[in-house]
Write a protein that binds this ligand. Structure first.
Ligand SMILES: [Zn+2]
Length: 495
């Protein structure tokens, strides 16, 4: 990490505030606009999953790479569908009662285990929750919407497309923009940053809009039709044949796809190198037959945490992140990138603890690779002009660590029946779906000194953030603050 800006620290020191604290803040906070915004998402990740993975790899509760980031908060993730579940069917963006979306008195002011598990919390928190489409739309546009909507207004009106943060920053600042995901690039989370649709299921239309119309500087994700290449484009449920053929023929894009027997990470980084050198955009198409990058697999070796990749033919999220940063970092105006580990969510839907630990490791490695990338000396990218946010779009599975397991120790996990079982009771699951629990947010770099003023605005007496506020926090950090168009019940416009 780079040296503190001591000039600022000295003036604060005269006010009697700890030099150490503010020196740290200066390093981590920066005083400049965020020219590089990196949003890293663990899809479906709750703090209990973070703790479980941290214990497996380090034998400690909060030892993952992103746990070191200096700004930390809790975020409410409800969408319009969840709100209507509790309001009796109404939602008025000019008179929002946030406690209908998430009630801290029922769910907690902090996510468990940071706060107590309130009586009845499980039933309340598992009753209804956002999906990934509306959650990503919230921070990508500043609007709450219905389940399934990709940057589109609730109620699916014609002309309801919402401009996304990537599009705003491209238009206002000339930023390069990118999306990276371990699940299909047309899936809800990446799609909500670079496309607009009334339904997340319209994969082919979403893919055509992303690659044929919005044309981000970087698109990396799954959706690869097995056996295909630019010499032989094929169709998958996530990608239309025409879109595949068109992007291969597009002189603006360097395209790299999964190939049998070829190391996917190496191929992707090589393609990124070439794209950067030639001033091209980058499209990386990977994934396995189940529609995602096969996750790292951890083994039950108490005392000796060990993971193995399931396939070398897919990049890790760290490799995919570095490839994206390589290309996006070429733009002197700056960049915005949303990077998603989407398999954490899929593992949690399946109540698969082992797979969840492997996918969370992939996120942890990606965060560390990004931190190391920004820390590199002798380039234009440092914490004074770069903002990294690591968060989750919603919780999932109501998993609870019932016993403290040491490093390398996995619970006994059986595979009989449709869901795994945990006969020794080290962990429990309370749902196979998304939950309305608070998620964690970790941030470092340019703009974070302004984040704390957003806390509790939607929930007086707490420090909870709302997920639509992330849009405003990132826009303000970039130097382009935008007022929220949502109004709370009292009639105040709320960032
Ligand atoms: Zn999900």
């Amino acid at each position: 990490m780079k040296t503190a800006r001591t000039v600022k620290a000295v003036s604060i020191f005269l006010l009697g505030v700890s030099l150490v604290a503010h020196a740290t803040g200066a390093v981590a906070g920066g005083r400049h606009e965020a020219k590089h915004i990196i949003l890293l998402i663990g899809d479906g990740m709750h703090i209990e999953h973070e703790v479980a993975a941290s214990r497996y790899f380090y034998g400690e509760d909060f030892a993952l790479s992103f746990h070191k980031l200096p700004y930390q908060a809790d975020v409410a993730t409800w969408d319009v569908t969840t709100y209507k579940h509790w309001s009796g069917g109404s939602y008025d963006p000019n008179a929002i009662d946030p406690r209908l979306g998430y009630d801290p008195d029922r769910g907690g002011k902090r996510p468990f285990p940071l706060g107590p598990e309130l009586p009845g919390a499980q039933a309340y928190l598992t009753a209804k929750a956002t999906d990934s489409a509306s959650a990503a739309t919230a921070w990508a546009t500043g609007y709450k919407t219905d389940d399934g909507n990709i940057a589109w207004l609730p109620g699916d009106p014609e002309g309801g497309a919402l401009k996304t943060i990537a599009e705003w920053l491209r238009a206002k600042k000339g930023f390069a923009i990118g999306v990276v995901s371990t699940v299909p690039f047309t899936h809800a989370t990446p799609a909500a940053h670079v496309s607009h649709n009334k339904s997340r299921n319209n994969y082919h239309a979403i893919g055509a809009e992303i690659l044929g119309s919005v044309k981000p500087e970087v698109v990396i994700g799954a959706g690869y039709p097995a056996g295909s290449s630019c010499l032989q484009p094929m169709e998958s449920s996530y990608l239309a044949l025409k879109t595949y053929a068109d992007v291969c023929a597009d002189p603006a894009y360097k395209v790299v796809t999964r190939q049998t027997g070829i190391d996917g990470g190496t191929a992707l980084l090589q393609a990124a190198q070439e794209a950067a050198a030639q001033g091209l955009k980058l499209f990386g198409l990977f994934g396995g037959t189940a529609g995602h990058f096969e996750s790292l697999k951890p083994y039950d070796f108490p005392g000796t945490p060990a993971v193995k990749p399931v396939s070398m033919e897919n990049p890790t999220l760290a490799e995919a992140s570095l490839a994206a940063l390589k290309v996006l970092g070429q733009d002197p105006d700056g960049f915005f990138v949303a990077i998603e580990q989407g398999d954490i969510d899929w593992a949690n839907h399946a109540n698969d603890f082992q797979r969840m630990v492997g996918t969370t490791k992939d996120l942890h490695d990606a965060a560390q690779a990004i931190i190391d990338f920004v820390n590199q000396p002798d380039d234009e990218i440092d914490w004074d002009n770069t903002l990294l946010i690591v968060t989750s779009d919603h919780s999932n599975s109501y998993m609870r660590n019932q016993r403290v397991l040491g490093a390398g120790d996995l619970p006994k996990q059986t595979t009989t029946g449709s869901l795994p079982g945990y006969p020794d009771g080290e962990v429990t699951y309370g749902s196979t779906n998304h939950t309305n629990e608070l998620v964690r947010l970790y941030a470092m770099g340019a703009g974070i000194q302004k984040f704390s003023r957003y806390e509790g605005k939607w929930y007086r007496g707490t420090r909870i953030l709302d997920n639509t506020q992330l849009f405003h926090m990132m826009m303000e950090a970039s130097g382009e603050p935008m007022p929220s168009l949502l109004k709370l019940k009292q009639g105040m416009r709320m960032n």
